[in-house]
Design a protein around this ligand. Sequence first.
Ligand code: NAP
Length: 483
Amino acid sequence: MASRIIPVDTFDLVIFGGTGDLARRKILPGLFRRFCASQIPKESRIIGVARTHLERKDYLLLAHDSITEFSGNHIIDKEYLEAFLGMLHYIKVDAQGEDGWEELGELVRKDVVNAYYLSVGPNLFGEIASRLNKWNIATPESRVVIEKPFGHDLSSAKKLNGILSQYFSENQIYRIDHYLGKETVQNLMAVRFGNLLFEPLWNSQYIDHIQISVAETVGVGGRGAYYDKSGAMRDMVQNHLMQLLCLIAMEPPSQFNPNSVRDEKLKVIRALADVEPHHIVRGQYDLTKTEQSYRQDAENSHSFTESYVAIKTEVNNWRWAGVPFYLRTGKKLKMRSSEIAIIFKELPHSIFEKGEGEKQNILAIQLQPNEGMTLDVTIKEPGPGGMRLINVPLDMTFAEALGDHGEDNPDAYERLIMDVIRGNQTLFMRGDEVEAAWMWTDPIIKAWESRNDVPKLYDAGSAGPEDAMALIQRDNRLWREIK
Ligand code: NAP
């Protein structure tokens, strides 16, 4: 099937933190891939910015090496790489001082789309926004991309929204959650709202419960200092898991446009039930013969920060009344796997003899390591032996169904950056959404902090703390196996 890539308009993209980890691993290689897919006009400018003094040639070398190292299986065409590097510039700018801003203002063109990617620590977001304004660089059409974390709690998120709104209107602000850029996440919306088949079943009458799992094998090594002040609740649940929950639970928007979609997501967050203390389990990975403990990784021998959390919650509205949503996420678990599973109810009445094996239908959406969707359906086991039933997955993985576009298939960051250039905010979080998400998570975190809650230990490389298993088993259900 031929791919249909529509080039974006010529743009100038300034990457604050252009030498940092995110720029080197994701942003620069991602832009290069979009360039190779003929989506980026060669007249565009990509301007790396940081405090370190670098000649342009040094920055091109840094970009060259980053692209070579982090482009995965993408085969790098030298001619394309040379042409891409030709679009790159570097300016030494101090976000906290006045150095370099004038030069930056001279390089950024006002007659093309211009965007500012704030790939720096959150303490610099406000300073950069104010200096873009002070030096008259940004225009009312400029876009500003904000990386996570967006605040540490409700009050800091409100403060940040307040600062940004002094310089940019809401339709210029792109708060990134890269989970929303994943192909399968968007496919979830296509499956729900593009088919008649699922939507009639998408409610408490037919759905037994929902599981959202994000399991990582990595620990906090390298990010320990940051993570220890954050924990799984702030780092993963408040943003990624809640966004996924919103996409599953939201009502069909009247149109597929940014504000209609975000209005519906906001209603879900506001309808989330408060979490009872016995419906939440915090965990921290412990050392094993081969793995260090969280406390060793974070270099804090008294840390009470959670590297794992499991939650049972509900969405208090007509559609979802009584349907539990089980969320879990953790580090140093046995497998890297992210999955949303919609588990349908059992048959109201079985015409087959007991023990013949019919199971619940399950729609499973895998986000990583591989993206795909399967629908478990019950069929007759082929062959002789009477009416024995088995569950088989109907594989709805688009790569197989549609032919893998390979090189052309953008990853989450690539897609989101192209959306910024196109001016499409559908897959970005609105300010009120982020605040509502903090409003739900804040009391949970504050309760832990006020009673010095000690997380349950789990072995690094395991499936998580025992108490998390009990959380779901109490309801006569089981977590799906992390595989
Ligand atoms: P990083 O590796 O520490 O890079 C920080 C960058 O900011 C460097 O280029 C640094 O260069 C520049 N910088 C620092 N202070 C500056 C200043 N005063 N003025 C101008 N530039 C300055 O950080 P990162 O991992 O790339 O993360 C960047 C942001 O993305 C953070 O908000 C992080 O939370 C978020 N994020 C990162 C990842 C990831 O995978 N890395 C994932 C999700 C979100 P100089 O020191 O030369 O100035």
